[in-house]
Write a protein that binds this ligand. Structure first.
Ligand code: SF4
Length: 448
């Protein structure tokens, strides 16, 4: 679907983090794929054997599960893409991939306690809606056969929708399969901007899907916009935002576009001169934040917003539920986040398939989480979701002197003007107008 922060090209393919330690309050945790320690901190020294051990260790806590599936196929190359999709118009190509996913489910199931319920499910891309309706149904059947899928109203089953691949029939089918949350990749509504990234899609398509999602009773619809795309201007993006606000989506996410053509070849189609500068991007971000707050949206942290009232309550409740889950990533490049470790699958399709064909899990990298990792993750989480951090409470939760242990990071955060400090209290400067990735990077990454 849409591109996201470069630290993790699949950032919104897998949603949420373990919650704060006791004693740190009950702020809802946010999406962590751009959180700490981040995928760049994972090491190939962590193997499939480690991951199997981490899975078995996780059974002791008996936490519910959230499955994050990566479905990497796309029909067309978007020039701004920060993922590595498999480009094809042949939908039958997904059949072999779905068989491999089934094999991965079986292998994972061998290390998981049978009573662990799957309360969260997320299909990310590529474009999950590349799959035919039959392939989607088949995949849900396989998941149902291999895991204990929750049936209650409180399950959170979401899917990313490419408006160009989906119509009202797709939404009806997804609803019948048990999905109750949608993410719609809109990016921008300015035809010139969409043309510049080779992704023409009309506002009419988006409106039609939004109306049908409302009619079918999906619990939430999150519209994703991206700031920093070629030919974007402050005025143009403000006009897009007004049109989006007129549709009154329950949730909105603003993603930053970062230009890395050496890493993401399709971006070479974008002339650097067409990109808005850093200052213009910052101005768009601040203006968008102010307008959203004005229009009754609340900044949840991690670049996400929810409409005040029922939507906000629902978003916070979902984040709390997700925080209770261990997240298992399935598919090429998928990221798993357990309480004790992160693990990532091979990001090349050939390597992913070869590992499974050899009968092993396709783990390529990972990291056992140290106490220092958890400490930093919780400090970031508090700043991103509550916009403040109580170092004393953090220290008590870990039985350490948090200010001393985080001294270097705290100095850096103050030096770059991200936080102000009064004694044991840190406050985020201009919350909602800085990207989540800035904060994570400022904390640095501890050695594995
Ligand atoms: S090519 Fe696919 S994954 Fe990349 S931005 Fe476009 S729809 Fe999303």
């Amino acid at each position: 679907m849409s591109a996201s922060a470069p630290a993790d090209p699949h950032a919104h393919a897998a949603p949420l983090v373990p919650g704060p330690a006791r004693g740190l309050g009950d702020a809802s945790p946010g999406p962590v794929s751009r959180g700490y320690p981040g995928t760049e901190a994972l090491s190939s020294a962590f193997t499939a054997t480690d991951y199997r051990q981490a899975l078995e260790d996780s059974n002791a806590g008996g936490r519910p599960l959230s499955l994050a599936l990566r479905l990497p196929f796309c029909q067309h190359a978007c020039y701004h893409c920060m993922r590595h999709p498999v480009l094809t118009t042949d939908r039958r190509r997904a059949d072999a991939y779905l068989s491999r996913l089934d094999r991965e489910m079986v292998l994972l199931g061998r290390h998981l306690g049978s009573r662990r319920e799957v309360r969260g499910l997320h299909w990310g891309g590529g474009s999950p809606t590349f799959l035919t309706l039959n392939q989607m149904g088949d995949l849900i059947d396989r998941l149902d056969a291999r895991f204990r899928l929750a049936r209650g109203r409180d399950r959170d089953f979401g899917i990313e929708i490419d408006p160009r691949d989906a119509d009202v029939l797709t939404l009806r089918h997804l609803e019948a399969l048990g999905f109750n949350r949608l993410t719609l990749s809109v990016l921008d509504l300015d035809a010139r901007v969409l043309q510049a990234i080779n992704r023409p899609q009309s506002r009419g398509l988006t409106e039609q899907l939004l109306d049908e999602a409302d009619r079918l009773g999906f619990r939430s619809l999150d519209m994703e916009l991206t700031i920093g795309l070629p030919l974007q201007s402050r005025e143009g993006f403000a006009a897009t935002l007004e049109q989006i606000l007129a549709m009154a989506p329950a949730r909105l996410t603003l993603f930053p576009y970062l230009h890395r053509p050496e890493r993401f070849p399709p971006q070479r189609h974008i002339p650097a001169g067409d990109l808005p500068g850093t200052e213009a991007q910052g101005a768009m971000r601040r203006a968008a934040h102010d307008r959203l707050v004005d229009a009754g949206y609340v900044h949840l942290g991690w670049d996400r917003y929810a409409r005040q009232g029922g939507s906000l309550k629902d978003a916070r409740a979902q984040w709390r539920r997700q925080a209770e889950c261990d997240i298992l990533g399935l598919g090429v490049g998928a990221l798993s986040r357990l309480e004790g470790a992160w693990a990532r699958n091979a990001s090349g399709l050939a390597d992913f398939e070869a590992a499974l064909d050899d009968g092993g899990l396709p783990t390529a990298t990972g990291r056992w989480l140290s106490r220092d990792d958890r400490l930093r993750a919780q400090a970031i989480e508090a700043l991103m979701t509550r916009e403040t951090l109580d170092l004393e409470a953090l220290g008590q939760a870990f039985a350490i002197d948090a200010a001393a242990e985080l001294a270097t990071a705290l100095d850096r955060l103050q030096a770059i003007g991200l936080v102000t400090r009064r004694g044991q209290r840190l406050d985020l400067v201009a919350p909602g107008t800085r990207w989540a990735g800035e904060l994570t990077r400022a904390f640095g990454v501890a050695s594995p």
